[in-house]
Design a protein around this ligand. Structure first.
Ligand code: GLC
Ligand code: CA
Length: 590
């Protein structure tokens, strides 16, 4: 009897211990109530802060003047110190670099300039050890003309790879015009003598468009995606993906169609079929995030890409914000507010977006939306960072913006490296158009403005390379650099880290509803983000003047708490706040 009692006692003890152990396993942070527990539809990629690294310009490890994977590895602790939790790398695959890696000649190997597969594995491991995820850039609309597929394809009309690309036999005459983004003559059909036929290239002549109508090509692509996903990467950025499905009747488009190019090139007839197929064959099997560059031309197009129940993509980024601010004379703040507000409203209940103000295809955010003059560069950089980090949607933040890096504004065409600028220059020259006006505009819009080397310190070449950098370093590096800013609590960098930490801790800033006030106010952007009891009021002075701003009486500012400001002072008195030039503040409202 006693024996049985003892046995029973031990059995109960063992069972309850096991149960307890199981419980502790599944409930992390015992005793610590997470502010996120009430959020429905949580996802790691919604809570992520994506930091975009342009590998060619981040850090050179071997003195050849080109950034590389070992360079990034040497800066992993810097990246960790930012607080970001996802890295997006621009293409790192083998490429002759006609378009800096967006022309891939081997999808399963690393570009020689950037290093080796062993370096890649080391980088991925180093990121994961620091709890940072990795997103790779999938360029699937086109390959390089130096890819083996294209070499085969162009060799004869009967080659098995012929249908991997779009060809038009020249005996049928010239095909209907198609616009090319990078071609000197804007002509997307390039005549190829070997087989007396034209091939299609929406981008440069060295970027022939892949033929997605061909299931063999699609399967090759899916296999290639598996190759990278099996290595353990965490996400895919789908470059120019909205263009992959083409109207292969090659019908004639109306005069001036190129001014509305997304309507004609985007969201082709089979795009959704391909996306579902890709999910079914590859993506569903992995816990990864997917983001598309481009979101069609309407809100409905964007929803069709990212709504959860469609099981296609997690998120997309649209370009309406980018379309604002391309005039050096300035832009209208109400226009900017309306674009953010329209998109947020449309995605309030369903779907998810990426939020960004810069990337490698546009100028520096401070030069475009802020004020990069010495007096306001730092303040306006901080304000723009606040905007990105307090919007609903996953922030995509471009490397160097956390330092307040600005446009380099080259004077000479010889300094430019970007195919878009170089080819457009040839075009202007051939047409006898105004060269000076062109060069002035490039200072403002050229993609090279964001591609200059990352400014690490005040040493030669900003500490980017010991050799000759592939593109010039911005001369302001002695003042604007990571080393200097790390030790200054008021620097753009120090402020960036604070906003990042605030966003990560706040369900309201990530998931909360968004309400805008005074949309027509020409200088101030004010909005409230709320989730449950948590309310965050963001006030941004988009001008280089002092502004006294009257806060809506409906907002209870009585017990407000200042969480963040890019100046020392920020006072609300009688529902009014005195804002300094480019001041940004975030209050917690009770
Ligand atoms: C995307 C990339 C851009 C590239 C183009 C062609 O827009 O972001 O850099 O030039 O696609 O691949
Ligand atoms: Ca190098």
């Amino acid at each position: 009897m006693r024996y049985i009692k003892v046995l029973l006692f031990f059995t109960i003890l063992t069972v309850s211990c096991t149960l307890f152990a199981q419980k502790t396993k599944v409930i992390p942070n015992r005793g610590m109530a997470s502010p996120f527990t009430t959020i429905k539809n949580r996802a790691w990629w919604k809570e992520a802060i994506v930091y975009q690294i342009y590998p060619r310009s981040f850090k050179d490890s071997n003195g050849d003047g080109i950034g590389d994977l070992n360079g990034i590895i040497s800066k992993l602790d810097y990246i960790k110190s930012l607080g970001v939790n996802v890295i997006w790398l621009n293409p790192i695959f083998s490429s002759p670099n006609d378009d800096n890696g967006y022309d891939i000649s081997n999808y399963r190997d690393i570009m020689k300039d950037f290093g080796t597969m062993a370096d890649f594995d080391k980088l991925l491991k180093g990121l994961h050890q620091r709890n940072i995820k990795l997103v790779l850039d999938m360029v699937l609309n086109h390959s390089s003309d130096e890819h083996e597929w294209f070499k085969q394809s162009r060799s004869s009309r009967t080659n098995p790879y012929r249908d991997y690309y779009h060809w038009w036999p020249a005996e049928k005459g010239k095909p209907n015009p198609r616009y090319s983004f990078f071609d000197v003559n804007s002509d997307a059909w390039k005549y190829d003598q070997t087989t007396n036929a034209y091939y299609l290239h929406y981008f440069s002549q060295k970027q022939p468009d892949l033929n997605w109508e061909n299931p063999k090509l699609r399967n090759e692509i899916y296999d290639m995606m598996k190759f990278w996903l099996d290595k353990g990467i965490d996400g895919l950025r789908m470059d120019a993906f909205q263009y992959v499905s083409k109207d292969t009747t090659w019908q004639k488009y109306p005069e001036g169609y190129e001014k509305n190019i997304i309507k004609y090139y985007g969201m082709g007839p089979n795009l959704h079929t391909y996306l579902r197929e890709m999910n079914h064959s590859v993506i569903d099997k992995y816990l990864v995030m997917t983001v598309a560059e481009g979101a069609g031309s309407t809100l409905a197009d964007a929803h069709a890409l990212v709504d959860e129940d469609r099981k296609e993509l997690n998120m997309a980024y649209h370009f309406e914000v980018m379309d604002i601010g391309n005039d050096p004379k300035g832009y209208s703040l109400p226009d900017l507010k309306k674009v953010f507000t329209k998109w947020d409203g449309s995605f309030a209940n369903k779907g998810w977006l990426a939020i960004f103000l810069a990337n490698h295809d546009v100028p520096r955010m401070v030069s475009k939306y802020g004020d990069d003059s010495p007096a306001f560069r730092a303040a306006s950089s901080k304000l723009l960072t606040t905007l990105i980090m307090t919007m609903r949607g996953t922030p995509f933040y471009f490397n160097g913006d956390e330092l307040g890096m600005s446009n380099i504004k080259f004077d000479r065409i010889e300094d430019y490296r970007d195919i878009a600028t170089l080819n457009a220059y040839q075009h202007v020259l051939a047409k006898g158009e105004d060269l000076k006006a062109f060069m002035d505009k490039q200072k403002f819009i050229s993609r090279d403005n964001t591609r200059t080397p990352f400014q690490w310190d005040a040493s030669k070449n900003a500490g980017f390379t010991t050799g000759e950098p592939w593109i010039k370093v911005n001369p302001n590096y002695k003042e604007v650099n990571a080393q200097r800013e790390e030790t200054d609590p008021n620097s753009v960098l120090s402020y960036f880290k604070k906003v990042v930490a605030l966003r990560k801790s706040s369900p309201a800033l990530i998931y909360g509803s968004y309400k805008v006030y005074d949309v027509e106010h020409p200088q101030v952007y004010c909005y409230l983000r709320s989730e449950g009891k948590e309310k965050m009021l963001v006030i941004l002075n988009f001008s280089n003047q002092n502004v006294s701003y009257a806060i809506d009486r409906g907002i209870n500012t009585h017990l407000s708490k200042l969480l963040l400001s890019n100046y020392k002072t920020a006072k609300i008195r009688d529902h009014k706040i005195a804002l300094l030039p480019w001041q940004s503040v975030v209050y917690q409202i009770n």
